[in-house]
Design a protein around this ligand. Structure first.
Ligand SMILES: *Cc1c(COP(=O)(O)O)cnc(C)c1O
Length: 382
């Protein structure tokens, strides 16, 4: 089976992780700080806060922006459920903005229309979470122009987009957002097994996120309600969690990020090759967003004939091609339906779901393996 995605772990990565196991620190220590500094520097953000997953980082990010009960958060319906769930963790209401059918990202026009309606009824979102679907940045310039004048805060869910760029800057620079989130799950661009990171240019947000990832505890006497009782003293000044990353994970991430450009270049070469090899087939290839270079976490095709969706998916599986579907529209999940969402709420996201298939794409995919995928796809469509 050719999987739809897989990690690339090299012997130098393994050796480095074994070394750190023999050191004094195995949970959050000096290597976590080095991994944070390396990635912040690479993408051009002032600060980075590593956590045990992107899901944790999303939770901490919206908590640090004081999202809470009675507030509203908007995200895209075509994403992994974690992009929406972070709002629910802090007790906020979650709603969605339909997608641009070409890029699968939050549509700025749909956003503008929804903002007008929200203004009219006096219920604007406090936080908006655009998702960089497949690794291609959403139209952040347009989104930021629409929401920033209204005081709405922006968290980019860039779980797919580590190493992608937009308008000449790497995703993660936070030029168009308050916080950007990366995931290091094994199918993503670089991995720490489980892991995530929140990047920001705001030192106060960074300090708050560091505190929230570790129980809401501070050792900074400036933050305390009284003089420290002694050198042992710390205070819990708010409610946080244990979302720390381990030194083993950070060591793996530090090695992996050295090869980020290599990974993204290879993924782009494979995507360009798919574009050519699939040009004459009855399907739509992924659209390209103006000014963006995708990290190509995923390559999603959309069949012209949606009545054959399931048959083509199953035929690919039976030919040994590990296809997947990213994603089932989040608002149609039973949990969200129970909150009042229904079929028809976000028609473009639902139409996408009827036609989309993710085909294999990862840095270790060889050209002959890719040819095998294309041959299987041709047979499945015949
Ligand atoms: C993978 C993913 C997440 C969650 O990442 P974890 O590190 O597995 O918690 C969140 N959002 C999107 C869009 C993702 O693809």
């Amino acid at each position: 089976m050719i999987p739809y995605g897989r990690q690339d772990i090299r012997s130098e990565d393994i050796d480095a992780v074994i070394e750190v196991l023999k050191s004094d620190f195995i949970t959050q220590g000096p290597v976590v700080a080095r991994f944070e500094a390396a990635l912040a520097k690479k993408v051009g953000a002032a600060r980075a806060v590593a956590m045990n997953s992107a899901t944790s980082a999303l939770h901490v990010a919206v908590a640090a922006l004081d999202l809470g009960p009675g507030d509203l958060m908007w995200t895209s319906p075509i994403t992994f459920v974690a992009s929406a769930n972070c709002g629910r963790y802090v007790g906020a209401d979650v709603d969605f903005v339909d997608i641009d059918p070409d890029t699968f990202n939050m549509c700025p026009k749909a956003l503008a229309a929804k903002l007008e309606q929200a203004k009219a009824v006096g219920r604007l979102p406090k936080v908006i979470v655009p998702v960089h679907m497949c690794g291609q940045s959403a139209a952040m310039h347009e989104i930021a122009e629409l929401v920033r004048p209204l005081g709405i805060r922006i968290v980019e869910d860039a779980s797919h987009a580590v190493g992608g760029s937009y308008m000449g800057e790497l995703v993660g620079s936070c030029k168009y957002s308050d916080i950007t989130i990366f995931s290091f799950h094994p199918v993503k661009i670089i991995t720490t097994a489980e892991g995530g990171m929140a990047l920001t240019n705001d030192p106060e947000l960074a300090a708050r996120m560091e505190r929230l990832r570790s129980h809401g505890i501070t050792r900074d006497s400036e933050m305390m309600s009284q003089e420290p009782d002694g050198p042992w003293y710390y205070q819990q000044i708010e409610l946080g969690w244990n979302y720390r990353m381990t030194e083993m994970q950070a060591t793996l991430g530090l090695k992996q990020q050295e090869r980020l450009e290599e990974y993204v270049d290879r993924r782009n070469a494979l995507a360009d090759r798919y574009d050519i090899l699939l040009a004459d087939l009855p399907l739509d290839r992924p659209g390209r967003q103006k000014g963006a270079r995708s990290s190509f976490h995923l390559y999603v095709i959309r069949l012209h004939d949606e009545t054959r969706h399931r048959a083509v998916f199953e035929a690919l599986q039976s030919h040994g091609v590990g296809v997947n579907l990213h994603y089932i529209p989040v608002h149609l999940q039973p949990y969200y339906r129970a909150l009042g969402f229904a079929v028809g709420d976000f028609p473009l996201a639902e139409a996408y779901y009827q036609r989309a298939i993710s085909i294999p794409l990862y840095s270790g995919l060889t050209d002959p393996e890719q040819d095998q995928v294309v041959t299987a796809l041709k047979a499945a469509l015949a």
